[in-house]
Design a protein around this ligand. Structure first.
Ligand code: PLP
Length: 459
């Protein structure tokens, strides 16, 4: 191990300074300040270490992004080489560079001939911002300027900027900044466990999909430009739609000439055991947002991928594409993304997630939790899963204090050295794709201990 980059300081010292200067994402800052943030200092493979030397198995890949795990030398070398050769140039006006060209060739060879163009961003939020402008531009040049409305889903998540948080359907986020912006609206989420009532999952999934058709008919198809959704909801609780949901959504989008947009910021780059999650669910999007696993989070990068139909129309008929980000296609990010794709391919991480470690993780979770008194349902595929807390498994009644219960399990997990996340009455996991069987046993074992500790409090 190399010497640390920064001189060591006491944890309390870091925490004090952190509290003085930072507003952390999605927490009550005042409450956090009395506790102090956990100071992470090192990562290797699937493990992280904090400033006091405690080791954690990272069941969340950071924020669903470190698909190849921490500290991979290939990515470090690629970054260093690129920094020495061309530390920065941009794609404004008439310039480009090899790293970004190589990256795009690789991405489109993974996507197949239906896709042709990309605009790179620095994040998933920005990818969704670009999506909003691109959808509206596309319909303008197609002679249908009325198609300005974008439809997202309740409890969807697409980022934290003005447009992306508007597309998202989290009411508590809308309260900050007076969102959503005009011409964005939301339809039902396919969350059978919470909202399915007496319907079978399939019947409920169809009903949830039909809420899109109802909304299109209510607004008029000549006003609706796109439907935007995560193939499976991530931040909303790793919610997997019932079988048939996506086929019905696709039928509706095609019938009413509405662009079908998949936010693959979490689902892309192997998470489900496919390169892209829409393949797992069997639908064909027109636009795809990517980020996170594109670079395994080593450097920021995202993008909006366009089908040939959209990309070529923008080129042939669109004139000036009035959009640009200083760091779009940044050479360092592109070089790291390429090295990341190399590792995913060389180590067969996508296939391994589909055929080996994914099924192993899913089985381990079902063995650990199928009969657990606190757990009503286990959902997941590949290296992504959720366990749903339930008060009554037969009726699917949820605990009124489920947020505290899942938070308790998550906190005990941390104390035991396993990082999982608590959201919407569920504990969620998405470990790095490099995780092996023994590490899955360790992660699931610690989750079980954590949920047992919560059960002791409740039962
Ligand atoms: N879209 C989805 C599905 C996400 O899960 C996220 C982040 O978690 C985003 C977009 C936003 O990405 P970023 O945080 O890189 O802006």
């Amino acid at each position: 191990m190399n010497a640390p980059h920064f001189p060591h300081r006491a944890t309390g010292d870091y925490q004090q300074s952190d509290a003085a200067h930072h507003l952390h994402a999605f927490v009550d800052q005042k409450a956090l300040n009395s506790e102090g943030a956990r100071v992470m200092v090192r990562g290797e493979g699937v493990y992280l270490w904090d400033n006091d030397g405690n080791r954690y198995i990272d069941g969340m890949s950071g924020l669903w992004c470190t698909n190849v795990g921490y500290g991979r030398q290939e990515l470090i070398d690629a970054a260093s080489r690129q920094m020495k050769e061309l530390s920065y140039y941009n794609m404004f006006f008439h310039t480009t560079h090899p790293a970004v060209i190589e990256l795009s060739e690789r991405l489109f060879s993974l996507l197949g001939d239906r896709f042709s163009h990309v605009v790179y961003t620095n994040s998933g939020s920005e990818a969704n911002e670009v999506l909003i402008r691109t959808v509206r531009r596309y319909w303008d040049i197609m002679g249908k300027p009325g198609k300005k409305v974008l439809i997202g889903r309740i409890n969807g998540y697409h980022g934290s900027t003005v447009g992306s948080a508007s597309l998202g359907g989290m009411a508590f986020m809308h309260e900050m900044g007076d969102l959503p912006i005009p011409n964005i609206t939301h339809v039902d989420e396919p969350y059978w466990y919470a909202n399915g009532g007496d319907l079978t999952p399939e019947a409920f999934g169809k009903r949830a999909a039909l809420s899109l058709e109802r909304k299109i008919l209510e607004l008029g198809a000549d006003r609706v430009g796109a439907f935007v959704a995560e193939p499976f909801q991530g931040a909303g609780g790793m919610i997997f739609p019932p079988d048939g949901y996506w086929q019905e959504i696709q039928r509706i989008c095609r019938q009413y000439d509405v662009l079908l947009c998949a936010d693959e910021v979490i689902g892309g780059f192997g998470r489900t055991g496919e390169w892209f999650a829409h393949r797992h669910f069997g639908f064909e999007p027109d636009l795809i947002c990517i980020a996170k696993g594109l670079t395994s989070g080593y450097v920021p990068m995202g993008g909006l991928l366009m089908s040939r139909q959209v990309g070529e129309a923008l080129v042939e008929r669109g004139g000036v594409y009035a959009h640009g980000l200083t760091y779009s296609g940044h050479p360092l990010a592109a070089a790291v993304a390429l090295a990341n794709l190399d590792v995913l391919e060389k180590d067969h991480l996508v296939e391994r997630t589909k055929n080996d470690t994914g099924p192993y993780l899913q089985r381990a979770l079902r063995e650990a939790f199928a009969d657990h008194p606190l757990i009503g349902e286990i959902q997941g595929v590949g290296a992504v899963a959720a366990i749903q807390f339930a008060k009554n498994k037969a009726t699917r009644e949820r605990f009124s204090d489920e947020a505290e219960l899942t938070w308790h399990s998550r906190t005990v997990g941390f104390e035991l050295g396993a990082i999982v996340r608590s959201t919407n009455g569920r504990l969620i996991v998405a470990p790095p794709l490099v995780i092996d069987h023994a590490q899955i046993d360790e992660l699931v074992g610690k989750m079980r201990q954590a949920v047992d500790a919560t059960a002791k409090k409740v039962l």
